[in-house]
Design a protein around this ligand. Structure first.
Ligand SMILES: [Zn+2]
Ligand SMILES: [Zn+2]
Length: 86
């Protein structure tokens, strides 16, 4: 049997600049931010796993520090490494 190790959900953050290629639009509708549930009309769209976030919504639920490169994702909330391991 394999022992599951605590469910570490480290997700990498991708920054999509979907205005850079002006030609063919592959974005038929606006993405909805997982954090505030509003459409993302900003130029930069942050992608975590399969969800999209506003740049300003991508911060730790506990300490509110901005998350820029990687984060921990649990129950649809984001945590920095420090707070995830609490
Ligand atoms: Zn948002
Ligand atoms: Zn934190």
């Amino acid at each position: 049997m394999h022992a599951a190790v605590g469910g570490s959900l480290l997700a990498s953050i991708l920054i999509s600049d979907f205005c850079s290629d002006g030609g063919t639009s592959s974005q038929p509708s606006l993405s909805v931010c997982e954090g505030c549930q509003r459409p993302i009309s900003d130029r930069f769209l942050m992608r975590v796993n399969d969800s999209s976030w506003h740049e300003e919504c991508l911060q730790c639920t506990v300490c509110q520090q901005p998350l820029t490169t990687s984060c921990y994702f649990r129950e649809r909330k984001l945590y920095c490494k420090h707070d995830y391991q609490q």
